[in-house]
Design a protein around this ligand. Structure first.
Ligand SMILES: [Ca+2]
Ligand SMILES: [Ca+2]
Length: 169
């Protein structure tokens, strides 16, 4: 009895998931992005005049004064939908590229730790943000701490290493 109820529950969940994913499959990623950019624009355009003033764009954390003037291609002091979408999707692409490069650095770093002798890599946490590696966790001695930093520094693409490892014999 209990078992069949579980199965029914699982079936319902599976059906809901498949139903939920249908509309998503109907759009390409670009179309979804376009739609979300249009929605962003409408939300920011408080006075609905079809353009974003510097004051209106302030609510979007992606924009500061510099990025606003960069995005304002025709230099008329406001962003139309096209200027907004062009700039924002460019920034999003750059962010995605950066995230991919950061995770590649983390993976490379971790695999170097794995093959390092006498190195308890599972105790060391590696995080990468904007090509800067942050190490945290525990090592047995100062030499290992230094070695961990040396290895991280040697990974291609690494700008700098913040060594937050704690020595705990
Ligand atoms: Ca406006
Ligand atoms: Ca403009």
């Amino acid at each position: 009895m209990h078992n069949s109820r579980c199965k029914l529950g699982a079936l319902i969940v599976a059906t809901l998931i498949s139903l939920a994913s249908v509309p998503v499959l109907a759009f390409s990623t670009d179309e979804i992005n376009q739609t979300s950019l249009q929605r962003d624009f409408k939300l920011l355009d408080v006075d609905s005049d079809g353009k974003l003033s510097a004051a209106e764009i302030k609510k979007d954390s992606m924009f500061d004064f510099r990025s606003f003037s960069k995005a304002d291609k025709n230099h008329n002091g406001s962003l139309n939908q096209d200027e907004h979408a062009t700039y924002k999707s460019k920034v999003q692409q750059e962010e995605a590229k950066q995230a991919a490069s950061d995770s590649a650095i983390t993976t490379k770093n971790k695999s170097k730790y794995l093959i390092e002798k006498n190195f308890k890599s599972f105790k060391v946490s590696v995080e990468t943000k904007d090509n800067i590696v942050v190490l945290s966790g525990f090592v047995d001695n100062q030499a290992t701490k230094n070695r961990a930093e040396q290895i991280a520094t040697s990974v291609k693409g690494v700008k700098s290493v913040k060594n937050g490892l704690l020595v705990k014999p």
